[in-house]
Design a protein around this ligand. Structure first.
Ligand code: AVJ
Length: 331
């Protein structure tokens, strides 16, 4: 008897999501695609390389904050279960699972990710590493499959969305996502959210336009995904990587700029998309937060910020939030 259960909720209908996003996003006057399609095998590998870049501070800063505060977070919440949305390789989860193991509360890890292989591999490793741990993997998209997260047995849980991923959603969608995450929380459960913070735009822009060109490759990989999945003929190196901080929206944007006018066939959709020379396609926004702005998002989602953890340079923050009106577990 092993402690691993994995259930997949992805279906053929989900393959149409890319098609719909492409159809919708490339027929607008200002072309745009959602960032979730970056993460095929190659894109996930490039993202892991980004996390190691000298310019890309979020991953290591968040890991440092988690390392410093995981015991405190576990003591405060009494958590014995971790639900992690977009769990990936589960590197950050380990820091929290270690703290739960030290506290003697650890029972279950519930990773939710579209990448079945990553969830299955990490589940197998984790049950070996942690005595008595149960892993219940959910293969799905956290925008649509949160209702497949199992109920707790009453053990307090932490529902985590780390890495600053919440910043990849525009404000309205972000609040809807936070509200939906709130439905997974009972009175004793808490949300743990990683958010990148507003800072010198030059620091942010360097993090999204590294000297080695890994982020540029990651950005262009989206075009390879569309070529492969939808029979399109983008010439990826005819598009240049653009990243800039938009001060008004307080987010960094990534775009792909057509170096020359071109027309792209999207075979599976029977559609041709025209790009003018210099025309830009927006591929990602990554919002940078202040504590005040995040508090407003929480309030709009029926949640309340309870604790704020940051690094000494205030580059990145982790926050604990509960459902509005829930008692603080520490009393
Ligand atoms: C960690 C997924 C939130 O917005 O910083 C990294 C993805 N994009 N470099 C982010 C990303 C460009 C990233 N997330």
């Amino acid at each position: 008897m092993t402690g691993v259960a994995i259930a997949s909720y992805l279906s053929e209908a989900d393959e149409r999501i890319l098609a719909n996003d492409v159809l919708d996003g490339l027929t607008r006057p200002f072309k745009e695609l959602p960032p979730k399609h970056f993460y095929d095998a190659r894109g996930s590998e490039l993202f892991e390389q980004i996390c190691e870049l000298p310019e890309y501070y979020p991953t290591r800063t968040e890991a440092g904050i988690l390392g410093d505060w995981a015991d405190e977070i576990v003591a405060r919440t009494g958590a014995g279960e971790l639900v992690e949305l977009g769990s990936g390789t589960a590197d950050k989860a380990r820091i929290l699972l270690d703290a739960m193991a030290r506290a003697g509360t650890l029972r279950r890890y519930v990773p939710l990710d579209v990448a079945e292989r990553m969830v299955a591999d990490s589940a197998r490793q984790l049950v070996e590493e942690y005595d008595g741990l149960e892993v219940h993997g959910v293969i799905g998209d956290f925008e649509r499959h949160l209702d497949h997260v199992p109920d707790t047995d009453g053990t307090p849980r932490i529902v985590a969305l780390l890495g600053g991923t919440v910043g990849n959603f525009p404000p309205g969608t972000r609040r809807t996502l936070l509200r939906n995450m709130g439905t997974l929380l009972g009175r004793d459960d808490r949300l743990l959210l990683g958010t990148d913070l507003v800072k010198d735009p030059a620091v942010i822009e360097a993090a999204y336009d590294d000297r080695a060109g890994v982020t540029a490759e990651f950005n262009r990989n989206l075009l390879h995904v569309i070529n492969r999945e939808l029979g399109a003929n983008f010439v990826a190196d005819q598009f240049e990587h653009v990243a800039f901080f938009d001060d008004k929206h307080q987010w960094v944007e990534m775009r792909l700029r057509a170096l020359a006018a071109c027309s792209v066939e999207i075979g599976d959709l029977g559609m041709t998309v025209e790009f003018e020379a210099g025309e830009e396609l927006r591929t990602e926004i990554s919002a940078k937060f202040t504590r005040e702005r995040l508090e407003a998002d929480y309030r709009a989602a029926g949640l309340a910020l309870e604790h704020w953890y940051t690094d000494e340079d205030e580059l990145f923050a982790l926050s604990l939030a509960g459902r509005e009106g829930a008692q603080s577990p520490a009393g």
